[in-house]
Design a protein around this ligand. Structure first.
Ligand code: NAP
Length: 277
């Protein structure tokens, strides 16, 4: 058990619900590894209470917090400033409190890129095909476009993909049923839908034409059916848990003053909890 001093730094994750979140476990791992006088706690907050609660955290001396479903868009409103990552992603997942002011950023895209890189996949190696056009697709599309990558989105609801493209100039859109044929034209295929997650059904996409790398941002199970299929075909695969770990790095650094590392020990520590669930 960590014994805190009166100067302990405090942060946490706001969501509704939040009991499923692995963020307290992963930040707790780093706090212990680095002997930080601080704590990172789950903060279940109903949507109607969120703004008052976060102002309360600010007033109570918290260093900041993470923001997860359903507060990521509302979090924009409370910020005094939002950085380019949040503006591009259209959502905030990390709040940093400093001298009474709130700065918002979105670290999902960076977490996605750094996870690819850690697995030996260069995100800028070639064009990318994103399956899905939700919040995470937007964050990922934005960072890939910023790297100069050609990005194509296929989404079940075409209008949603078109709306994303209107916000992110340069983004190409194809119909959902053209995703199979598009695989061969891309160096990277990314599942950003919840398909593949236990109980959600599998993502139907034909990988037989190949694509050097396949990434999934779903991490329950750790290896989704899509990734298992890609691995069986000899394609390079990247799972979603590493994105969760990497997206946490900037927040931890800002709140606790140490730049933490994502390594095998951390991965196994968080994965063990997923496997036990
Ligand atoms: P979201 O905003 O709700 O978007 C979901 C997307 O998936 C939409 O484009 C939706 O298409 C599509 N979709 C949903 N069900 C589908 C189905 N049955 N068939 C085809 N398409 C379907 O969700 P999100 O926030 O982007 O999150 C997506 C997934 O990523 C979740 O499982 C989440 O847990 C995971 N995630 C992981 C990380 C990480 O760190 N690894 C980070 C963020 C999110 P329509 O537009 O047609 O509805």
């Amino acid at each position: 058990m960590t014994i805190l001093s009166g100067k302990a730094r405090l942060a946490g994750i706001t969501g509704w619900p939040v009991s499923h979140s692995r963020s307290p476990r992963l930040h707790g791992f780093w706090l212990e590894r680095h002997g930080v006088d601080g704590a990172y706690v789950p903060l279940p907050i109903r949507p109607e209470d969120w703004t008052a609660a976060v102002k309360g955290l600010l007033a109570a001396g918290f260093a900041g917090c993470n923001v997860t479903i359903p507060h990521k868009v509302a979090a924009f409103e409370i910020c005094d400033t939002v950085d380019a990552s949040a503006r591009r992603a259209g959502a905030v997942n990390t709040l940093v409190f400093h001298e009474g002011r709130i700065t918002g950023s979105n670290t999902d895209g960076l977490g996605f890129l750094n996870n690819l890189r850690q697995h030996g996949v260069d995100p800028a190696a070639g064009p990318a095909l994103l399956l899905g056009a939700g919040g995470s697709a937007r964050a990922i599309a934005a960072v890939l476009l910023d790297l100069g990558v050609s990005v194509t989105v296929a989404n079940r609801t075409r209008e949603k993909a078109d709306a994303l493209a209107a916000d992110l100039p340069g983004l190409a859109v194809i119909d959902w049923n053209r995703r199979h044929a598009a695989v061969a034209d891309n160096a990277l295929v990314v599942n950003t839908t919840p398909l593949g997650m236990g109980g959600q059904g599998d993502l139907p996409v034909d990988l037989s034409a190949g694509s050097p790398a396949v990434a999934d941002i779903v991490y329950v199970p750790l290896e989704t059916p899509l990734l298992a299929d890609a691995r069986a075909r000899g394609l390079r695969t990247v799972g979603g848990l590493g994105m969760l770990l990497h997206q946490a790095v900037p927040g931890f650094q800002a709140w606790f003053g140490v730049e933490p590392v994502v390594d095998d020990e951390l991965y196994r520590f968080v994965a063990a909890d997923l496997l036990a669930a």
